[in-house]
Design a protein around this ligand. Structure first.
Ligand SMILES: [Zn+2]
Length: 351
């Protein structure tokens, strides 16, 4: 390698510096600026702070039905408002009921509105488990499962708002959803897929985070199968700037075991971000002190960048499956009951 003398080096530095100051912005700059803003907005500290609050004993495990589901929903609502997200369930509410029971917490839905074609969903579930009846520690804090995913969702929302303020935001609407009832058998995401707030054929992709803060450093599993391929393609490209170790499609058995499932079943491109089960999975020891907040932050950075990039791609809505034609049924035939959830199969179902 050639050694520059001091004077030559200083001239070179001056020229390069001058070039940097006078060169007008070109296409590459927006991406670099966007990436820098995403990385400075989404930090391990902010993610850890959110996980600490949402997984605190005051939340009592965030069982999907009752006062603590409501407490968690209110906590999420406050954050949606602080970030400055618009109502996403209806024109004047963040809340989408998951069933007819008034004690059930709602899905919490907010939007960053964009004028471009299609919609992108960034999601996670906020519910966890009912406290144990005995023992010194009775509360299932669910720090990794899934305060980490909700914190990641909020972090993506903050980054997208920051990028938008800087003129580099997404061009289509981004929908942020904190689902309820995941642990009870994907109740919230199934309710959403049945009554979506936007046509399913217009959803470009779903980024669903469920347990993103444990395991080996800088490693995350991403599963979307055949249907999820467009989202995985966007993530692989964005990861050229983030550099996480992506373990792709190694767990086809996970596809129907978190909230991406009801979307994939309706052919909506969707993926799950998750870590493998660990010793604190569905234990009272799943606490904030155990999480890898850096991993959760980098996963959120990856999602934010991929979502913004994806919004700039051309998009044509998919044709939706035609509604089944109603044929005359034999008299008094009862409606088919939904298949019961097999607890042994469900990823995040009460043991
Ligand atoms: Zn979970």
């Amino acid at each position: 390698m050639t050694k520059y003398t001091f004077s030559k080096l200083s001239i070179l530095v001056s020229v390069v510096a001058a070039t940097l100051f006078v060169t007008p912005a070109h296409a590459g700059d927006a991406t670099a600026a966007t990436l820098a803003l995403i990385k400075s907005t989404i930090t391990a500290d902010t993610v850890r702070a959110d996980v600490a609050e949402l997984s605190s004993d005051e939340m009592n495990g965030r069982f999907f039905r009752g006062p603590f589901a409501e407490k968690a929903a209110k906590w999420i609502q406050t954050r949606f408002e602080l970030i400055g997200l618009a109502h996403g369930a209806t024109s004047d509410s963040y809340r989408q009921p998951i069933d007819k029971n008034p004690e059930s917490g709602p899905n919490m839905i907010a939007i960053y509105p964009g004028a471009g074609d299609g919609f992108i969903i960034v999601s996670s579930h906020y519910d966890h488990l009912r406290p144990k009846s005995t023992g010194d520690d009775k509360i299932f804090n669910g720090a990794d499962d899934n305060a980490s995913g909700v914190s990641g969702t909020l972090a993506v929302a903050r980054a997208i708002k920051a990028c938008a303020l800087a003129g580099n935001g997404p061009t289509c609407t981004i929908i942020f959803i904190a689902f309820n009832g995941e642990e009870e058998g994907l109740l919230g995401s199934a309710a959403y897929a049945k009554s979506p707030t936007v046509p399913l054929g217009q959803i470009r992709g779903v980024f669903n985070m469920d347990m993103i803060s444990r395991g080996p450093p800088r490693q995350i599993f991403i599963d979307g199968g055949k249907v999820g391929e467009p989202v995985v393609a966007a993530l692989k490209k964005a990861n050229e700037s983030i550099g996480l170790k992506l373990r792709l499609d190694e767990h086809p058995d996970w596809l129907d075991r978190s909230d991406q499932g009801p979307f994939l079943a309706k052919k909506v491109p969707a993926v799950l971000f998750s870590v493998e089960d660990h010793e604190d999975y569905h234990q009272v020891s799943d606490e904030v002190s155990k999480i890898d907040a850096s991993l959760a932050a980098e996963v959120a950075q990856l999602v934010a960048l991929a979502a913004i990039n994806m919004s700039h791609e051309p998009f044509t809505a998919r044709a939706e499956a035609p509604k089944p034609v109603k044929v005359a049924e034999p008299a008094a035939k009862p409606d088919a009951k939904p298949a019961p959830t097999d607890p042994a199969k469900a990823l995040h179902t009460t043991p």
